[in-house]
Design a protein around this ligand. Structure first.
Ligand SMILES: Cc1ncc(COP(=O)(O)O)c(C=O)c1O
Length: 440
């Protein structure tokens, strides 16, 4: 490792100077396990960055990618196509999206999916002769990627603070409520109060100016914020009543995380547009997909037949290698019934994480599907690591014990691969219990 020159690589979302004093370098990933350069094996309780849902380094995906690279490495997606793009779009409509959402636009990331969805929403209203509908309503603590549209609708302050003005957006409250602390799954309280805020925003800005509401059905990066029961249903109803599109950002929740293809399927709430990425290719090849309702899509299919209906697309939209990886990934999900498995393992996962409810410094423990989060009393821990919050110190200790979890602010977040076994659940929460006790 001492031979690596760390000078030139500018790491994303990383304290670069601190990192380079003590670089954490991965060398290998298999199944549930990551290996560090010093040879230590780490149980990956975050599926990378919420993406390796089928576990790491799946040979089926590697073989599909290898074959595709030799057969056709690239195909121009503007005015041409290849068969796998159609096959993938069909399977996403049938296996991931809810009924009625069955048109697919391909991107290369979650951020691109979000910006694509925002553009579709604005252009849709133009096509419908209501070009004044340009505003968006989003939520505090939302993460919608890092492109300029996504940053505009984002609700995490550090992600917006230094980037100047963006789109016209107003933000609803996030859905983390004290009265729902320590809930198992969706909390009981607050749906009416939170949804009422949306009605107030619409009254303030008028529906004639609002293109869409964009929300993560379960906020991920902002701290695993789970909507209370009934909230998503109410938001859908209010959007319907006011002729406003609803976008679900499912970059984290799609591809099995909550026990089915999408949160829309799990909850029975159908948005007009769904953004996805990550688990689409099991994280192996960059790719995103925007799933669009037939109604929204069909509004574009007008005007001269020889002109593009949507002036948008990427050089790598529907990249053949990414499509091959995605199809192999969907095969794994189907053959191993991993979405159902996630649903079945959600209960042991819930029981495991709520073993930590009683720790002195824990202020909330929550879970939904195969996602979990623990909030700590804010501030540094007595036996923590200098400069780190209690949550970050617990995460650092957990890493010493062979578990990787994600810490942000006062929260620890987890989203394990869907292949998780009971023994991994025990290992994760034993290690976290010890880590919490040690840092205090
Ligand atoms: C809800 C949500 N939207 C968008 C993104 C951005 O995805 P990407 O990092 O692939 O651009 C993320 C990434 O974590 C996400 O969680």
């Amino acid at each position: 490792m001492s031979t690596i020159n760390t000078e030139h690589y500018w790491l994303p979302f990383t304290p670069n100077r601190a990192f380079k004093k003590n670089p954490k370098i991965y060398t290998k990933a298999q199944g549930m396990t990551m290996t560090l350069a010093d040879g230590r094996e780490i149980l990956d309780a975050t599926a990378g960055l919420w993406c390796t849902n089928a576990g790491h380094s799946r040979p089926e995906i590697a073989e599909a990618v290898h074959k595709q690279l030799l057969e056709m490495d690239y195909a121009n997606p503007f005015g041409f196509a290849h068969e796998k793009a159609f096959e993938l779009a069909t399977r996403l409509s049938e296996e991931i999206a809810p009924a009625g959402v069955n048109r697919v636009f391909f991107t290369n990331s979650g951020s691109e999916s979000v910006d694509t969805a925002l553009k579709i929403a604005r252009a849709y209203w133009r096509k419908r002769g209501q070009g004044g509908k340009t505003r968006f309503i989003a939520r505090q603590k939302a993460y919608h990627g890092v492109n300029m549209g996504g940053v505009s609708v984002a609700g995490l302050t550090p992600n917006r603070a230094v980037f100047g003005q963006g789109l016209e957006v107003s933000h609803l409250s996030h859905t983390r409520l004290e009265e729902n602390a320590f809930s198992r799954g969706q909390g009981e309280h607050g749906a009416d109060k939170l949804a009422y805020e949306l009605e107030q925003q619409i009254a303030m800005y008028d529906a004639s100016n609002i293109a869409a509401v964009i929300i993560e059905p379960m906020a991920g990066a902002g701290g695993v914020i789970i909507p209370p029961k009934g909230y998503l249903e109410k938001v859908r109803q209010i959007c319907n009543d006011n002729d406003i599109l609803l976008i679900f950002d499912e970059v984290i929740t799609a591809y099995g995380r909550l026990g089915d293809g999408s949160a829309a399927r799990v909850t029975g709430v159908t948005p007009d547009i769904i953004t996805t990425a990550k688990g689409l290719t099991n994280g192996a090849v960059p790719m995103g997909a925007v799933l669009v309702s037939q109604d929204v899509h069909d509004a574009f299919m007008q005007g001269p037949e020889n002109a593009p209906e949507f002036f948008h697309g990427y050089t790598y939209s529907s990249h053949p290698v990414a499509c091959a990886a995605a199809l192999a990934t969907l095969d794994i999900y189907k053959n191993e019934q991993l979405f159902q498995r996630a649903g079945e393992m959600a209960k042991p996962w819930e029981d495991g994480i709520h073993r930590l409810d009683d720790s002195e410094f824990t202020t909330d423990v929550r879970n939904w599907g195969l996602v979990g989060a623990i909030d700590f009393k804010s501030g540094p821990a007595a036996n923590g690591i200098d400069g780190l919050t209690r949550a970050q110190s617990v995460a650092a200790k957990a890493l010493e014990k062979g578990i990787t979890v994600r810490a942000a602010g006062d929260t620890i977040m987890m989203s394990p691969p869907l292949i998780i076994e009971q023994s991994h659940i025990d290992q994760i929460f034993d290690a976290l219990q010890e880590a919490i006790n040690e840092v205090q």
